[in-house]
Design a protein around this ligand. Structure first.
Ligand code: DLL
Length: 435
């Protein structure tokens, strides 16, 4: 029997959801117009007044917002409450060195916990469960987001964070964790270490996993389910909109239900901005309608997906989105960390290298690998082997420090990377992330 965390919302009629959305949207638009100069100027420029938004149907009249807007207003320019009311910050990588900063009031954290509680409940979590959170804790939203959901349900929540995989296995075994939350690639790695340590799924008590933050295929789902003896559920979200729990999978496993009482989703043509009908592929755009501190409007996620309102066998009426089918920009997700090639280029140039580089991404033993190859100048090329090794180490450290994820560095002799006649090919991604 499917369980819901808030059946009155999760199975509400489309009319009820539309009414909630309109009411919340109107309030949010008025609030950001009054409190955030960025939105006021943008709306004035577009000739839209808060009064022009009379229901959720008028959403299309509002201007879009972009990652660039967050950079331009870094760090707090889009906050709609005084900083004294903000009780938590999270952040993720932007396209350059600057982070994308998200703020939360106490109420925002409460709603976030509620959204994650819905996701965990859909994966079968109850108060009786032991939720093992192996997403990273810290500025990344994964750890504390999932943690909030576990606490809200009243499950025993274990904040293991990511890394030290041997210890993850020990904790899974000894604590009897029943629900695992982490990135799907980390789940694969945990499974591997479990078996390498001489154990099998019979030695642990897991029954479900809630995995997201990066693309994963149904093929990968089957392997994880088989190795860990669980049912694996997808969860989606992004820092700019909230973090994990914007949408979540149910028992049907054919897409993720969007928490539509808190977020309005649109699918648009990324080139023209035109709003597309349901069941058509396009860029996902989210509007936060209940957030106090950082209620972003019509945010261009760059994630490509499809929205459907077809009846779901789980009984939920909330619209569903497919797994993201790619991105309209060049963002890579390496071991759950967002990485833009432009960030790598900035480091290379800062460290005195040329802009002749190549980023090779692969997945080896279910773990993402990244190698940055960069040409050195003729003068650098005459350095001793020892000096070159020192240079590689220094560059690897600079990359790790800015990206938050490690990369192997290979210095190449001058002119060894093929020059392109059109758009430079900077990234070779050998992972097969889509079905
Ligand atoms: O990844 C939030 C999150 C944490 C989601 C834990 C789920 C679980 P960001 O670091 O800001 O936030 O990255 C957001 O990651 O725009 C997608 O491109 C990608 N992404 C997130 N969830 C999924 C998923 C978190 N389930 C970016 N499938 C998004 C595919 C995902 N891609």
């Amino acid at each position: 029997m499917e369980r819901y965390y808030q059946p009155e919302i999760e199975t509400a009629s489309p009319e009820e959801i539309a009414a909630i959305q309109s009411e919340n949207l109107l309030r949010t638009v008025k609030r950001v117009y009054e409190n955030v100069p960025f939105y006021r100027e943008k709306m004035d420029k577009a000739g839209v007044r808060p009064e022009d938004i009379r229901s959720a149907k008028d959403l299309y009249k509002l201007p879009f917002s972009y990652k660039q807007d967050l950079r331009d207003t870094y760090p707090y320019g889009l906050f709609a409450t005084p900083l004294k009311d903000v009780v938590r910050l999270h952040a993720s990588s932007g396209t350059t060195g600057k982070q994308i900063v998200a703020g939360y009031t106490r109420k925002d954290l409460d709603i976030w916990a509620e959204c994650c509680a819905r996701a965990l409940t859909a994966a079968g979590c109850t108060q009786e469960d032991i939720v093992h959170v192996a997403y990273g804790y810290g500025l990344f939203t994964g750890g504390l987001g999932a943690d909030g959901g576990g606490l809200r349900i009243g499950a025993m929540t274990v904040p293991v964070s990511s890394g030290n995989t041997q210890r993850q296995v020990t904790i899974l075994k000894d604590f009897g964790s029943t629900i695992l939350c982490c990135t799907p690639s980390y789940a694969m790695h945990i499974a591997e270490v479990l078996y390498e340590s001489g154990y099998t799924k019979d030695d642990i008590s897991l029954k479900a996993g809630v995995f997201g933050a990066e693309p994963w295929t149904n093929e990968m789902r089957r392997v994880i389910e088989d190795k860990l003896g669980i049912k694996a559920y997808d969860i989606y979200g992004l820092t700019e909109v909230m973090g994990p729990g914007v949408s979540f999978e149910c028992c049907e496993q054919t897409g993720m239900h969007i928490n539509e009482d808190h977020f309005i989703v649109e699918v648009i043509n990324p080139d023209t901005g035109e709003v597309l009908p349901d069941d058509t592929q396009g860029e996902l755009v989210f509007t936060c309608i209940t957030k106090e501190a950082f209620p972003i409007l019509r945010y261009r996620t760059r994630d490509i997906g499809v929205i459907t309102r077809k009846k779901c066998s789980c009984g939920r009426t909330l619209a569903k989105m497919t797994k993201p089918r790619g991105r309209t920009d060049d963002m890579l997700i390496i071991r759950g960390v967002n990485v833009f090639p432009s960030q790598i280029e900035t480091v290379l140039l800062d460290e005195g290298y040329t802009a002749n580089y190549l980023i090779l991404v692969d997945r080896v033993n279910n773990t993402d690998t990244m190698e940055v190859q960069v040409e050195i100048s003729s003068e650098q090329f005459s350095d001793t082997v020892k000096e070159l090794a020192k240079r590689e180490k220094k560059l690897a450290e600079a990359l790790k420090s800015l990206l938050g994820v490690s990369a192997k560095v290979r210095l190449l002799e001058p002119n060894s990377i093929a020059r392109s006649v059109g758009k430079a090919v900077r990234v070779v991604d050998k992972r097969k992330l889509l079905d």
